[in-house]
Design a protein. Structure first.
Length: 418
């Protein structure tokens, strides 16, 4: 198990380019299951989660070949419709194979993913949506066994909550269902829009992605395609937050500022200087940020996956901020680690009160999940002395070359084997 050791110090300066979005690439790998043949994905980040999803596809019978940031996947005519527990445990997003496997083969067995570091994370909305299309499910010894004895048929589905995963599972089944599916209150995240673009490139007929009503006309077959993954707004946001926390100036290239509107608004409110172009963002951090209140919400609200990085910034604010987490019940777990560094924080249900202080002091901390792990490294950029972040495999799941990229901006940082 490696550790990241970061020494607090000077401001980060320079520019960094982001890769394709983890949360788009993973689902686009799964979308390939809908059509036999050779698919290609470019701008794929070299991260652990992509490798793990590759293993899920291998199990199903696909062959994945990586060449730099390109991925070529050969999907067989007769996929094996299952994802076992050892793979689903490592890669929770594997649950997304349920919809496309049911659509293609009429059956699917996927280990029930269970909860993780962020909370219970149920899949009731995924199953309810697929049931509306004609699927039947039973939970057998920890495995969700799905069947569609009469095939799938389009339906009007009202999602109670705009779940990203449920929207994707339904979409990936509805594209091959008979007739029309109308999905009300779907997730509107940019990664959903990018998935719809890839699927339409494969011959699907999806309208309204990115709005609160999607319409999908089912088609009998789809064909392989080549697709470039949308830039990672969360990777971009993380490097911007790094610049702001370190009182530096960081420019992120190859990103889409429209995908970070709420996060940039809050950074401005905190006293950061924010400049943006069509595909770049530059942020300079103040000496002491102003306190800011914010609440996480589905897109276009403030992303829950940027909450820990923003809290790391607010830990240095001149005043008290109140942060409300609406997506995950255990997303504040990392605050205990931030408190070990000296942050003055208290929580009440889904609210955190952060009383900013001029200094944190470096110490050993554990990365509890991808984003909180990154946020602890960011806090270490400005803490006194050095911060040792363990369990960095979480960070590897979502960030390619995190240490090297921060070092290229001037951070005093290294990766060591523990
Ligand atoms: N939920 C339900 N029932 C469901 C589905 C979801 O109650 O059937 C609840 C969840 O428990 C959670 C909330 O709804 O409290 C949001 O879940 P959602 O389904 O929207 O999220 P997800 O698909 O499981 C994806 C990202 C997460 C990101 C969320 C929210 C991937 C692989 N993961 O998860 O990304 O936080 O959307 O934007 O796309 C990350 O990248 O670090 C990460 C955790």
């Amino acid at each position: 198990m490696d550790q990241i050791v970061v020494t607090g110090g000077g401001p980060l300066e320079g520019s960094v380019a982001v890769l394709g979005a983890k949360n788009a690439a993973l689902k686009q790998m799964v979308a390939m299951l809908l059509a036999p043949g050779t698919h290609r994905l470019t701008n794929v980040p070299g991260i652990l989660d992509v490798e793990l999803m590759g293993r899920v596809l291998d199990h199903i019978g696909a062959e994945c070949d990586t060449d730099g940031h390109s991925l070529v996947v050969e999907i067989p005519d007769d996929p094996r419709p299952e994802a076992p527990l050892d793979l689903v445990r490592q890669m929770r997003a594997s649950i997304i194979v349920l919809g496309p496997l049911l659509a293609r083969t009429g059956t699917a067995s996927v280990a029930f993913p269970g909860g993780d570091d962020l909370g219970a994370r149920p899949i009731d909305l995924h199953l309810a949506g697929l049931r509306s299309l004609g699927a039947e499910f039973e939970l057998e010894h920890g495995t969700v066994v799905g069947r569609a004895p009469n095939g799938l048929t389009g339906a009007e589905i009202d999602l109670e909550f705009p779940s990203v995963g449920a929207t994707e599972n339904i979409l990936l089944a509805a594209v091959l269902a008979r007739g029309e599916t109308v999905l009300n209150n779907p997730a509107r995240e940019p990664e959903i829009q990018d998935l719809a673009t890839q699927l339409n490139g494969m011959g699907a007929s999806i309208a309204g992605a990115g709005t609160s009503r999607m319409t999908i006309q089912g088609v009998p077959t789809l064909a392989p395609t080549s697709h470039r993954v949308v830039p990672d707004r969360l990777e971009a946001g993380t490097y911007i937050a790094a610049g702001a926390i370190s009182r530096g100036r960081v420019r992120v290239e190859g990103c889409l500022p429209e995908h970070l509107r709420m996060e940039l608004k809050k950074l401005s409110e905190a006293g950061c200087e924010v400049k943006r172009g069509d595909d770049w963002i530059e942020v300079a951090g103040p000496d002491r940020p102003r306190p800011v209140d914010f609440a996480t919400l589905p897109f276009p609200g403030f992303a829950t996956d940027m909450q820990p990085q923003m809290v790391a910034l607010l830990a240095f604010a001149e005043g008290t901020s109140v942060v409300t987490e609406n997506l995950y019940d255990a997303r504040f777990r990392y605050l205990g680690e931030l408190m070990r560094m000296g942050a003055d924080v208290s929580t009440e249900w889904q609210h955190a009160v952060i009383r900013g202080s001029g200094r944190l002091s470096g110490c050993p901390v554990l990365a509890p999940d991808i984003r909180a792990g990154a946020a602890l490294v960011l806090a270490g950029l400005r803490a006194d002395g050095y911060t040792t972040v363990s369990d960095v495999q979480h960070i590897d799941r979502g960030y390619e070359g995190f240490v090297d990229r921060l070092a290229s901006l001037g951070a005093v940082i290294e990766r060591r084997s523990a």
